[in-house]
Design a protein around this ligand. Structure first.
Ligand code: PGA
Length: 254
């Protein structure tokens, strides 16, 4: 089974619309033109429209949001709906990032509602899961990941699950400069696939793409992507520099 790699940038709370314009004016020149895999950029909400403008001539790069409301519309001050994101040109939405889980109290129940709202609207969720160092050291790695997957994907059909992207991001590797070794990431992602196989069957689990995220850089991308169960990356810090991110896209794609 060949899974097409998907390389995504998570800009977090960085990049004004002006900075977004500058990023794309460099990045689009750096982007490899041949053998391109799926490339996704997740700017903050306020920079999505500028990013969409800049990508008019580059339909190989898709847009993602970093979060959304589980509600469709109404009296939810400060929230953004799936329909709004679609209207801006988003195809993907990152859900359940560890920063949303730890800083904004999002649990698997809320994340599951968001997954259903995204799917109902036609957005592809990039569903983040991952363990803390304490949980890994305490022998809870597998139970944490299976609980997150079962909770976040509750009542998601096999057909819908096949299109979802899973991002495995060990919390201890996010923004710390400490990457999981390729072997550690492979072993854990093979486990994630085994949980997907239990939930959806072996055939479906073979088509679901699982990204690795956590201190991915140009220097470690090629070795990570060579692992059989690593189907792409979710990149934070290194995606803010257009040259670095283009290098990661190249490493992940050709
Ligand atoms: P990082 O972030 O690449 O800066 O570690 C990854 C993420 O949080 O998605």
């Amino acid at each position: 089974m060949i899974r097409n790699p998907i390389i995504a940038a998570n800009w977090k709370m960085n990049m004004t619309p002006t900075e977004t314009e500058k990023f794309f004016s460099v990045f689009l020149k750096e982007l490899p033109t041949s053998n391109l895999r799926d490339v996704v950029i997740a700017p903050p909400f306020v920079s999505l429209a500028k990013a969409a403008d800049m990508l008019m001539q580059a339909d190989s790069v898709k847009l993602s949001a970093q979060n959304m409301s589980q509600e469709a519309s109404g009296a939810f001050t400060g929230e953004i709906s799936a329909a709004m994101l679609l209207d801006l040109g988003c195809r993907y939405v990152i859900l359940g990032h560890s920063e949303r889980r730890s800083l904004y109290g999002e649990d698997d129940v809320v994340i599951n509602k968001k997954v259903h709202a995204a799917l109902a609207a036609g957005l592809i969720p990039i569903l983040c899961i991952g363990e803390s160092l304490e949980q890994r050291d305490g022998g809870q790695l597998e139970s944490v990941l299976s609980t997150q997957l079962e909770g976040s994907l509750a009542n998601v059909s096999t057909d819908a699950a096949k299109g979802i992207i899973i991002a495995y991001e060990p919390v201890w590797a996010i923004g710390t400069g400490r990457t999981a070794s390729p072997e550690q990431a492979q072993e854990t992602q093979a486990y994630v696939r085994s949980v997907l196989s239990r939930l959806y069957g072996a055939a479906a689990s073979e088509v679901i793409r699982i990204q690795y995220g956590g201190s991915v850089k140009p220097g470690n991308a090629a070795e990570l992507i060579s692992q059989p169960d690593i189907d792409g990356f979710l990149v934070g810090g290194a995606s803010l520099d257009p040259v670095s991110f283009a290098e990661i896209v190249r490493a992940g794609c050709c």
